[in-house]
Ligand binder design. Sequence first.
Ligand SMILES: [Zn+2]
Length: 491
Amino acid sequence: MCNYQYLTRELSSLTCSITVEEVIHDKDGKCIFHSEDYEFKVANGIIAHFKEFCEKIIKDAYTQSKTPHFSFAEFILVPHDGSLSIFKNLELDGYVDFRNSKINYFTFSNIIFGEYVNFNGSKFGGPIRFADCEFESLALNEIEYDHLYIENCKFRNQFIFNKSKSNGYTDINNSIFEGFTSINDCEFSAELEHTGLNIEKCEFKSLVDILDNHSEQEVRFTKLIFNKQSRISDFKTYNRFSLTNSEIKDNFQINSSYPKEKLFNNVSEILLDEEKIQGVVILENINYFNLSKPSRDLLESLEKKEKVVFGSGVLKYRVSSEMKTILLTDENQELLLELTEVFSRYFSGENHMNFGIQIYERTPTQITFFYFSNDDISREIFEGLINSTEPRFWNLIKNQQQSVTNSTLPDKILKATDTLIDIASIFLKLTSRLPLGKISEAEINKILQSINVNNQPSINARNVINLTVNNINKSNNQSILLGINNHQEIK
Ligand SMILES: [Zn+2]
């Protein structure tokens, strides 16, 4: 008997049962498959031995009545002699256990696996290929590999491919997945100019979960059929991502669960034919402007036809500022929004750019928002513009007479006047709420911070109160505070 003690947790109470009669053993009493004596393995032709061993156990399995168990757990099938197809043209009607094995250059071709095939924890050097095979279920969890190819295969039950890591390609094509498909927590990478993950011409008849994966290189889903609810969530891609030419027969979600880590960090493409979408494609937390122009045009037209839903965190803006959260009561949030609205109009006029505010979340105690524009500038320039426009905005009311009379163009005078009236009205609202205990100076300061991205606004609550009081006093004599009749009484 081989004296190898298994490391795999479920097998740790066992030793390998391969006898000296079945295969040769090394000087430490380990069978050639578990031996770590590489010279011994090479000298005795490890791969030829393995082929012979397989032929024997497969023949034995057919003569036994019970369901056989093909145990290759923790086998070290290296170094390889270069022959690629080891298993081919077979029907293996039993559990195939390759857990925690080390294998180089392996091809399984034209095999019908009647039971579960388990490769969990294995390390593959060179390419591993499954071609023209039929599986009950295949588990590829925590595997490490260079290249993985799955082609013309059929999975009657599950395909579970989790927590794995590649150094090269992962290519799955022309296959049918009848049961649940899970591709989670994998790290796909590839040499430059090659695809990290390519799934092409496959049909998924049941649920598909593609979650929490990561790829340095391109990720491509093309010519696929999704029959049931499916999702691609939290796929961190640093290169092109594409989903094209596929059929979506139920709801399909593409999203990031983290608002601060949006999907699509590079040019991406979602191109689907309208008539091939029977469900709804839901997009959440994506970098919208990283989608190609044809993709955006198509998705927007599909949105009108209710075939695409843009969920939360889809920034349909070319540039946006950092999110800002301000703790304020519901009532005072209204004043903040009034102020940001006036500022937005002023900003657009001053910088000849479109500018808006998007509320991300509102609760009775806080508000989270950001500013956006569809002008093609960087976030740094955008935030710089907000910070440089803010003091000019306050200067209007600090030097209001000058602000209005500085210009000779009637349109400009009117614009400055409108802005002044708006700011004055907000200042009045803020100041009049103070003695009633509806707002505190600290809360006024928070409102003033809303139109600034460096949190050091060039005006504070004290200034606002003083300016408001001064203007009221002046207006009683000079009618400077525009919009307020000098005979009107202000309390
Ligand atoms: Zn052994």
